[in-house]
Design a protein around this ligand. Structure first.
Ligand SMILES: [Zn+2]
Ligand SMILES: [Zn+2]
Length: 277
């Protein structure tokens, strides 16, 4: 199987000297028995423009990916990907970047909404309930705008802000168990209508929240609405986390009813059986 979401030392959110190389991620993928890995370093286009993140060295990442392809040929498929954050804040520039490299897979992410840098850096606990509920609504609105913009293959880690709401001690927020359906129904329907793949991101299983993003309830809701197009990504920021918790994710998805996972090559999508190794 493929890990369709991973980050190397080039990702702007990883402090210098703390990340791993493309080669190290590939070695870990082989060790975990994966068939392929997508290298999808962060490109939070507005955060880079505003100087919050260093620019991504696209050419060096590409070079390392091509070297890894040669080194691991026959053992591992290495996909050239990118995690594009906040595309709708700079739509034209986003299109240009995507045209500048032969990407296999483009992840579409919403890490921030207009007015904040990233949910990870936002002081949510100082907000009033009305403010943080409004922030959540803004997240949903910007995700819908991103889907409408549409030049990406996989919508990543929906419910991303939940990690930071919980981290700030806020447990009262729109979730599938209360108001989730009214918030997420348009997002999930838009993903299905546009033919975009939904990601089951396992990073939450390694963190305090203890569940995938989105969680089982929301993945079941997607399935109920007719969604069958799904992929799994570890969102590894270090080599050891490549493919982490994939057995759990696969079991959960099969249990819900999913039978196939999406894979990508030069932005063309294919499906393989979830039971395949
Ligand atoms: Zn992300
Ligand atoms: Zn990521």
């Amino acid at each position: 199987m493929f890990d369709n979401h991973s980050h190397t030392q080039y990702s702007g959110d990883i402090p210098k000297g703390r990340g791993n190389s493309v080669r190290e991620l590939c070695l870990s993928a082989i060790e975990k028995g994966l068939k392929g890995i997508a290298i999808t370093d962060h490109f939070d286009i507005d955060g880079i423009r505003d100087g919050f993140f260093p620019p991504l060295d696209h050419d060096s990442v590409a070079q390392d990916i091509y070297e890894a392809r040669a080194e691991f040929a026959g053992k591992l498929t290495v996909l050239q990907g990118i995690e594009l954050g906040q595309a709708t804040h700079m739509p034209e520039e986003s299109h240009s970047q995507l045209a500048s490299q032969p990407y296999d897979i483009v992840l579409g992410s919403v890490h921030a909404v207009r007015g904040i840098i990233d949910f990870a850096d936002t002081d949510i606990k100082s907000m009033s309930k009305n403010e943080y509920i409004r922030l959540w609504e803004q997240y949903i609105e910007e995700m819908l705008d991103t889907i409408e913009w549409g030049n990406f293959d996989v919508l990543t880690h929906i419910t991303y802000p939940k990690r930071y709401y919980l981290g700030n001690g806020i447990t009262e927020f729109p979730d599938i168990k209360n108001k989730g359906r009214e918030y997420f129904e348009p997002v999930l329907k838009a993903v299905i209508d546009k033919g975009i793949t939904l990601e089951c991101n396992t990073s939450g299983l390694r963190q305090a929240m203890g569940e995938c993003l989105p969680n089982r309830d929301l993945l079941s809701f997607y399935y109920e609405l007719g969604g069958r197009d799904i992929t799994i990504g570890s969102d590894a920021h270090k080599a050891i986390d490549v493919g982490a918790n994939f057995a759990d994710a696969k079991e959960m998805l099969s249990d819900i009813g999913f039978t196939h996972l999406a894979s990508f090559c030069l932005r063309k999508k294919d499906f393989y059986r979830i039971s395949e190794d």
